[in-house]
Design a protein around this ligand. Structure first.
Ligand code: AR6
Length: 172
């Protein structure tokens, strides 16, 4: 069975999936945006586990438990800061999505939810980022068929419309 893709507008910390992805920074010790929301919702044990991970490079991903979240796992990945698009930003962003899918599959996750990595504080243009997200996850799933459900979790109505267009759903 091919995986189902859904695009929703929600707070990712509330989702009931095996793994949620965090748009973290290289320290993995928390920050603003979705990272801050995930750390607040998961509780203080999360940062204790993160301290043991030794940080994370841009384009890489590391897994922790979900603690107080409904999600069993949090996959922390570090997206690129947008610097005009000619500094490997697309490759690094694609790597975040690919590595997250690989880690989820390695840990027997059947469902995974992504925020729009790099498009907040890191400034990646949303239309470009959504295309990278959808195409990379589609390709990664062909080698990780155990994942049955993929959720692109948008925070704003305008991001929702962009992601719906990227997965070819009609805008609401
Ligand atoms: N649920 C889903 N999406 C959210 C939530 C939420 N609760 N909160 C924000 N977003 P950002 P980045 C959306 O800035 O650009 C942190 O300080 C938000 O609207 O969180 O990768 C880290 O520590 C946007 O669409 O991540 C890093 O230093 C998307 O999540 C830096 O920000 C990503 O925005 C990473 O910047």
């Amino acid at each position: 069975m091919p995986a189902t893709f859904s695009v929703i507008q929600a707070d990712i910390t509330k989702l009931s999936v095996t793994a949620i992805v965090n748009a973290a920074n290289s320290s993995l010790l928390g920050g603003g945006g979705v990272d801050g929301a995930i750390h607040r919702a998961a509780g203080p044990e999360l940062v204790h586990e993160c301290r043991l991970l030794g940080g994370c490079k841009t384009g890489e991903a590391k897994l922790t438990k979900g603690y107080r979240l409904l999600a069993k796992y949090i996959i922390h990945t570090v997206g690129p800061v947008w610097r005009g698009g000619t500094n490997d930003e697309p490759e690094l962003l694609a790597s975040c999505y690919r590595r997250a899918v690989e880690l989820a599959a390695k840990n027997q996750a059947t469902s995974i939810a992504f925020p729009s990595i790099s498009t907040g504080i890191y400034g990646y243009p949303i239309e470009l980022a959504a295309m990278v997200a959808v195409s990379t996850v589609r390709a990664a799933l062909s080698v990780c068929p155990s994942i049955q459900e993929v959720v692109f979790c948008c925070f704003s109505t305008s991001d929702l419309a962009v992601y719906k267009a990227a997965v070819n759903e009609p805008a609401a």
